[in-house]
Write a protein that binds this ligand. Structure first.
Ligand code: ZN
Length: 306
């Protein structure tokens, strides 16, 4: 048994938790504290205090996992490892998230607490693989569709990094201007996937928040088409065994059926595998951990901390 601390660091709030884990079963009783995300210094200091308090009741923490909004520098050979790189969020560009926690928790000292960090969506992908909808698989993708679109990738049981880390929310998709005149809202690409299919893009297109739209509003078929293109592209590029789609928009009733329908259309019968039968019902699935995927992912990252 190990005592693991977890931080799910989001743009508006951080959720800090701790649990005793045995490495296989999903931790059942996770004590959590919510902290508003303000300045890096204030937010991270409160995260440390909370980790110390939660851990103190367990007799100390053995490791901490952090699943953070990004983009993050995840090359361990870089001095900025574990920092947020460039973000429009005021004050957070360059924020040394991992170093702040690791220094405060004595990571570098003997007997210190190892601190692992990854993106929030990579963390959620790891969590879904360990305890959720992708259990037993070693290559899968987790997608959250909400105010933005994030894509976490696990390949060979490990969260995928590389030059940086996957940014699948900005996949380029085909837009038919005759069917969709909306030019997209991504400041970098205009009509990339996120620019066309996230919640604010839906609201900008129809003039009302996505949450107020009926489940049979025609925009959902459009959103399903773009997410279906995403799923086909992820399948072609990464060959995941499953794609988990969640988030506030992703969880809209009926949307996954539309995504499956369009994904199958875009795959075009090119890939033949038993996992892709039955209308992709077993290939494109909702999360198993629901809203807890983020913190569960941070716990899993903490368990795996070197
Ligand atoms: Zn974009």
């Amino acid at each position: 048994m190990r005592r693991i601390g977890a931080v799910e660091l989001g743009g508006t709030k951080a959720v800090v938790g701790a649990a005793v884990m045995d490495g296989t079963a999903r931790p059942q009783s996770i004590e959590t504290v919510r902290i508003p995300t303000t300045t890096p210094e204030e937010t991270l200091t409160r995260c440390v205090e909370t980790l110390r308090a939660l851990g103190g009741r367990m007799g100390g923490l053995d490791a901490v996992g952090v699943a953070s909004f990004g983009p993050l520098q995840l090359d361990p050979h870089r001095p900025e490892y574990g920092s947020i790189t460039r973000t429009p969020k005021p004050g957070w560009s360059g924020a040394p998230v991992r170093d702040h926690l690791a220094n405060a928790l004595g990571h570098l000292k003997e007997g210190g607490v190892p601190v692992a960090i990854d993106t929030d969506v990579n963390g959620a992908a790891v969590g879904e693989g360990r305890w959720g909808a992708a259990q037993g698989l070693d290559s899968h993708v987790y997608v959250t569709v909400g105010t933005g679109i994030g894509v976490g990738v696990v390949v060979g049981g490990r969260p995928q990094h590389g030059l940086v880390h996957p940014e699948g929310g900005h996949l380029l998709v085909r837009r038919d201007p005759a069917r969709d005149a909306y030019g997209g809202h991504c400041p970098y690409h205009g009509d990339c996937l996120e620019g066309l299919a996230c919640g604010p893009a839906i609201e900008a297109r129809v003039g009302r928040p996505a949450t107020e739209l009926a489940d049979d509003h025609p925009v959902w078929d459009l959103v399903g088409d773009y997410l279906g293109q995403m799923a086909a592209n992820l399948l072609f590029a990464l060959s995941p065994q499953r794609i988990v789609i969640g988030g506030g928009v992703g969880g809209r009733p009926g949307l996954l059926d539309r995504v499956r329908h369009h994904a199958q259309r875009h795959i075009g019968g090119y890939i033949d595998h038993p996992a892709l039968t039955e209308g992709l019902a077993g290939f494109i699935v909702p999360p198993g951990l629901g809203a807890e995927a983020g913190l569960a992912g941070a716990l899993a990252l903490g368990w795996d901390a070197p």
